[in-house]
Design a binder for this molecule. Structure first.
Ligand code: ZN
Length: 81
């Protein structure tokens, strides 16, 4: 049972930090946060996403390219967004 809880926490935590930190904060700058909160959120994102973590800076650039060049040859591969 503990393994299932562990997997669920990692799964939904990873989804949350993908949406909250990488997408809304890093790619779209929907809101601001202090440098301390940014570092804490960065570490939590790294922990929850594990091996699939992509740097916030890299994610932001690639995701903005995705919005700018959707469905063209310049659109980055979907698997990393
Ligand atoms: Zn977006």
């Amino acid at each position: 049972m503990i393994v299932i809880i562990f997997i669920l926490v990692l799964w939904y935590g990873g989804l949350f930090f993908q949406s909250f930190f990488l997408h809304r904060y890093a790619a779209h700058q929907v809101f601001t946060m202090s440098k301390t909160m940014e570092k804490i959120t960065f570490i939590l994102t790294w922990i929850f996403q594990g091996s699939s973590y992509l740097s916030a800076y890299g994610y932001g650039i690639m995701h903005r390219m995705h919005h700018a060049y959707t469905d063209t040859e310049k659109d980055p591969p979907f698997s990393i967004l």
